[in-house]
Design a binder for this molecule. Structure first.
Ligand code: ZN
Ligand code: ZN
Length: 338
């Protein structure tokens, strides 16, 4: 079982989860093509028994198109407190608490080789529907799900060697300081302007056009002004919605199309590339906020983070977002939407 430890120097929490080091696939090198073999893949149909109790399945009967299961080696788990009681009383200066929370895996497709750029719009919408269903289920337990982060790691440089398409959800009982600070910045903007910072940001990007890849009726896709990484791409909804849990069905379907088009465009420009993406949303129980907007950040892992970034948390981006956006715009983004 894991535990949360407070870093006294930064005020940020760290998860100590030693079981995760024993993940079997961590010790197996992927073959030359960077693919884990289908023969032993725990996410392929027919091996459902290899994953712990199913939390969600679509459709409910018959062959599944999307499944959600608890992570077999969780960073946080709902039963942490009971399984390994950790005293929250500080020992001297040191404060720890049980690693209570949720860590789930969303298996995006029964097809081991499926990719976002090539899946059907309906299949991607089913994945996004699974995100939303789990988000809604977990936000009802705000004590061990204060912050719900949905993310995807793709490629070894991005932190996964398991090539079957999957994403993850981690619900934490704490909101990290830097996220609190992000909210404080947005709240200050609201107090001063009576407007939502993120909606204004999207409007400004769309008006300036320089960093925009494309827009649809409901979404804008752009490389943010202060991009931390080359080809960092944000997808933002035009309808003010603080929580991903409140996205409508029609918006999910449009988001599926937008997400696929974005990946098609990035792949056209970059070839196969490792990436992380993260769905940012207002913390559970604070979803009526007028000053926050859920959004999806795609972070291509084309460069390594090095000493300066680790030491300063200041990123050095070697590609201007205006240039990368212009490059992708030259590759017919309208065609990617079809
Ligand atoms: Zn597989
Ligand atoms: Zn807004």
């Amino acid at each position: 079982m894991s535990e949360l430890r407070l870093d006294l120097a930064t005020g940020e929490w760290v998860i100590i989860a030693t079981e995760r080091a024993r993940r079997p696939h961590d010790f197996r090198r992927a073959d030359a093509a960077g693919e884990t073999p289908r023969e032993t893949c725990p996410f392929c149909p027919g091996r459902e028994a290899m994953t712990p109790g199913e939390l969600y399945r679509e459709p409910a009967d018959g062959p599944w198109s999307v499944r959600v299961v608890p992570n077999k080696f969780p960073a946080l788990s709902p039963g942490a407190e009971e399984a390994a009681p950790v005293s929250s009383d500080p020992v001297g200066m040191f404060l720890r608490r049980p690693g209570k929370g949720h860590h789930e895996v969303i298996v995006e497709s029964p097809d081991h080789g499926a990719r976002l750029a090539t899946m059907s719009r309906e299949a991607i919408a089913a994945v996004l529907g699974a995100y939303r269903a789990r988000y809604r289920a977990l936000r009802r337990t705000p004590n061990d799900a204060r912050l719900i982060i949905i993310f995807k790691n793709c490629g070894e440089e991005a932190g996964t060697s398991l090539s079957h398409p999957h994403s993850q959800l981690v619900a934490t009982p704490i909101v990290p300081l830097w996220i609190q600070s992000k909210h404080a910045v947005a709240r200050r903007y609201w107090d001063m302007n009576r407007r939502c910072l993120y909606c204004d940001l999207l409007d400004a990007e769309l008006a300036q056009k320089e960093r925009v890849l494309f827009e649809t009726e409901g979404f804008g896709v752009f490389h943010p002004f202060a991009s931390r990484l080359p080809f960092e791409t944000w997808i933002m909804p035009k309808r003010h919605t603080p929580s991903f849990g409140d996205v409508r069905d029609d918006e999910l379907l449009e988001l599926a199309q937008v997400l696929r088009a974005t990946f098609r465009l990035l792949a056209r420009g970059l070839g196969p590339f490792p990436y992380n993406y993260v769905v940012h949303s207002a913390p559970a129980g604070e979803e009526d906020r007028r000053f926050y907007l859920w959004h999806l950040e795609i972070l291509p892992r084309l460069t390594m983070l090095a000493g300066f970034e680790m030491g300063s948390r200041i990123f050095i981006n070697t590609a201007a977002p205006e240039a990368t956006a212009a490059f992708l715009r030259s590759l017919a983004p309208e065609a990617a939407l079809e």
